[in-house]
Design a protein around this ligand. Structure first.
Ligand SMILES: NC(=O)c1ccc[n+]([C@@H]2O[C@H](COP(=O)([O-])OP(=O)(O)OC[C@H]3O[C@@H](n4cnc5c(N)ncnc54)[C@H](OP(=O)(O)O)[C@@H]3O)[C@@H](O)[C@H]2O)c1
Length: 325
């Protein structure tokens, strides 16, 4: 199969090569997907740059992708052959991810792709959409609640704003850093958009919530934004943390303990099986009804995998980067 891979970690252009690798075969309980598109996420360049140990001597990067099931292993219904699908966790805990013509995965990591969704869109579901879903829903219903999504124009943030609205949040706040990003977050349904570089976020939230603060926070960068938490969070509110610009940070203890705030960390790859199944079913329902917008910021051919990594690592794009296989 055609594939992109690396045999040591380092800068994209130094370590990523493209060429031919043996076709993988599905084992018991597994399916093989012929990929049309591979999704590139920050986690992929972080892994490639050496943040986590390599999962094998050769790593085909990327966890997200979409395509068609072309072969099934023992114990998997042959009816899955020919199914349009999106995949999750392609390169989490295993070496061969989705930057290739084929990926082999346990069948519960291969979800049906609604007919109305393109393969490019499906390649955004495994990390950006599922992370957003988890962050918004981890503490139960948001119906009638106030939700703040920091980085509301980011890949995850843009889905989080939409899911919060679709799930009946009373008011959704989003922080952004530019007018273009503000428009993107507003188009996703954010009721109040705050430029966190030029405005006093805590003062705006206090003014908009009558001093209560928000019930839920979907946090892209706890290391930077944690200092604001005591002034943002409502009594017994929850901050779902999926990102941090630094490996360590500190929080102000007294106001947080008085507020009863909870802070919930999670990584999308490690969702428990039932939570993952439920999320897939509920997100797919919204996707199938055409209720969710997807943003493809840039497309690269498989052979330009290194450039795709650089584009994501640069952090300037608004939306997802995909590789066309
Ligand atoms: N835990 C998980 O399972 C999980 C899953 C997905 C992603 N992540 C992590 O989450 C982060 C975001 O991923 P992504 O794919 O959404 O990236 P992205 O598309 O680059 O979006 C990040 C957004 O956050 C904004 N931002 C950055 N720092 C901010 C801050 N301090 N306050 C408010 N907004 C801020 C960025 O815009 P400006 O810089 O212009 O403000 C950008 O719009 C990455 O670190 C990624 O590794 C974790």
């Amino acid at each position: 199969m055609r594939a992109a891979w690396y045999e040591r970690t380092g800068p994209a252009r130094d370590v990523i090569r493209t060429g031919t690798l043996p076709d993988p075969e599905p084992g018991p309980g597994e399916v093989r997907v012929r990929l049309a598109v591979s999704g590139v996420n920050p986690s992929d360049w972080k892994a490639r740059s050496g943040v986590r140990p390599m999962a094998g001597p050769i790593v085909v990067p990327h966890s997200d992708g979409a395509g068609v099931v072309d072969r099934v292993g023992p114990g998997v219904s042959a009816r899955r052959e020919g199914e349009r699908v999106w995949v999750l966790n392609g390169q989490w805990g295993r070496p061969l991810g989705t930057a290739a013509e084929y990926v082999v995965l346990p069948e519960d990591l291969v979800a049906p792709l609604p007919d109305v969704c393109s393969f490019e869109e499906g390649a955004c579901f495994g990390i950006p959409a599922l992370t957003a879903w988890r962050a918004v829903t981890v503490d139960g219903s948001v119906e009638g609640r106030t939700v703040l999504v920091t980085g509301g124009a980011g890949s995850v943030g843009h889905y989080a704003v939409q899911f919060a609205k679709l799930l009946g949040a009373a008011k959704v706040f989003a922080t952004v850093s530019s007018a273009t990003k503000a428009e993107h977050a507003r188009n996703a349904g954010a009721d109040v958009v705050i430029d966190y570089r030029s405005e006093d976020v805590a003062a705006r939230i206090a003014a908009e919530t009558g001093g209560r603060g928000v019930d839920r926070i979907v946090e892209v960068d706890i290391a930077t934004n944690g200092r604001l938490l005591p002034r943002l969070i409502a009594k017994d509110g929850l901050c779902a943390v999926y990102g941090s610009a630094k490996p360590e940070f500190s929080l102000e203890f007294v106001p947080l303990i008085v507020s009863g705030a909870a802070i919930r960390f999670f990584i999308v790859y490690e969702l428990e099986a039932k939570a993952r199944r439920d999320a897939i079913a509920r997100m797919n329902d919204f996707f199938a009804r055409g209720l969710v917008r997807h943003t493809i910021a840039a497309r690269f051919p498989l052979e330009d995998c290194a450039a795709a990594h650089e584009a994501v690592e640069g952090g300037r794009l608004m939306g997802n980067v995909v590789l066309t296989i």
